[in-house]
Design a protein around this ligand. Structure first.
Ligand code: KG4
Ligand code: ZN
Length: 366
């Protein structure tokens, strides 16, 4: 008989407070509820996430999210078999809010509790949404993360590359702020870019001249700022068309850099494993994967190399607790059993990979 697990997931590592219930039976997962309370309006005046504000909002809202997730699923705690909570990596104040709430609920209800790596949540999402078999290559691109991960099997990961400074979403947000656009910046920049000429400014494609799959977005961000400052100095401001052209030039530079490094990672895996056509899989996750230009460019590269392309629906690409519940269930099946949960600001999925440099506005890199 297939074991069925009903899992409550809790997520609070960045700027979304989330709780979800997922019922897992064999390789199938059904999302019974998925509550995500974003904090965009709280952080918008600052053009980015303010850790202290995030932590306080998580502490205030996380238990309400748990209640709402149970209510939406028409369940109560007696129906839950397991609680899974993000215990890192992320902004430590937020992670602690989620962990303390989960510990309280678990102790009160006498339920087992597992600490989940947030990156593992993203990495395993294509298995929840598309029952994607392993192995596959995951291209994670969000406001806090930028990694290329070989998912060999649940629990077995190899990092092939990452950003040595900003994450791409962070660069989108900073460019938007500089150009007077709203927060979060990604969708705003994409909207502007549609009206712009991507060829007017020749922005750099960072690190393409170096071997390997690591990336950098800090220099590109500075190049865009410099061009916009030049326009201000020369003509007293930036016109609507200038702004659209700057956004289009920036977006295509990010798309080119991300795609070329993903292409290299796919080529490396082909070289190492000699995967046949049906075994080549690329999946994406993270808010930046919502960008049509970036998504299209990654999909075309996958197609070129004979890789299938899996992109979970947007609400499961961005931060959510259903992915944490699912990853908790996968870990449970691997034999993980509750132990002491330590909240970890830094927690690489691939413990053997050299640490990536850069603190980052959204907390330390994994
Ligand atoms: O995965 P996510 O919801 O949260 C984390 O950062 O973990 O990603 C949010 C990031 C933000 O930086 C946002 O600006 C970016 O994803 N983003 C986009 C787009 N939609 C969201 N970036 C580029 N184009 C978009 N359409
Ligand atoms: Zn995330």
């Amino acid at each position: 008989m297939v074991e069925t697990l009903t899992v409550l997931g809790i997520e609070s590592s960045c700027d979304d407070t989330a709780a979800a219930i997922v019922r897992v039976a064999g390789a199938e997962g059904a999302i019974l509820s998925n509550i995500v309370e974003g904090q965009s309006t709280l952080h918008a005046p600052f053009g980015g996430v303010v850790p202290e504000i995030a932590a306080r909002a998580h502490a205030e809202r996380v238990d309400h999210c748990v209640e709402a997730a149970l209510k939406d699923a028409k369940l109560d705690l007696r129906d839950i078999d397991l609680i899974a909570v993000t215990s890192g990596p992320g902004l430590i104040g937020g992670v602690l809010s989620g962990v303390m709430c989960a510990q309280g609920v678990a102790a009160g209800a006498g339920l087992p509790l597992i600490g989940v790596n947030h990156l593992e949540g993203h990495a395993l999402t294509p298995r929840l949404t598309d029952s994607l078999p392993t192995p596959y290559l995951l291209r994670l691109v969000s406001g806090g993360h930028c990694q290329l991960i070989e998912v060999k099997a649940p629990g077995a990961y190899r990092r092939l590359g990452g950003s040595i400074d900003d994450a791409p979403g962070e660069a989108f947000d900073k460019i938007a702020k500089h150009l007077g656009l709203g927060y979060p910046g990604g969708p705003e920049v994409e909207r502007e870019a549609k009206k712009g000429d991507e060829a007017r400014f020749a922005f750099p494609r960072p690190l393409l001249d170096r071997p390997g799959c690591d990336m950098s977005f800090s220099g590109l961000k500075t190049a865009v700022r410099r061009e916009s400052d030049k326009l201000v100095a020369a003509q007293g401001g930036v016109t609507k068309q200038d702004r659209a052209d700057l956004c289009a030039g920036f977006q295509i530079a990010v798309a080119d850099a991300l795609t070329e490094k993903t292409r290299r990672a796919m080529a490396q895996l082909l070289d190492e494993h000699g995967w046949a056509e049906g075994e080549r899989r690329l999946a994406v996750a993270g808010g930046v994967a919502a960008n049509q230009t970036i998504r299209g460019s990654l999909e075309a590269a996958a197609d070129d190399l004979g890789f299938s392309f899996t992109a979970p629906p947007l609400r499961l690409c961005t931060d959510n607790a259903a992915m944490i519940a699912w990853a908790g269930a996968e870990r449970w099946r691997l034999g993980d059993r509750p132990g002491d949960i330590a909240a970890r600001p830094r927690w690489p999925l691939d413990e053997l990979a050299a640490p990536l440099v850069g603190g980052g506005r959204k907390g330390p890199r994994a």
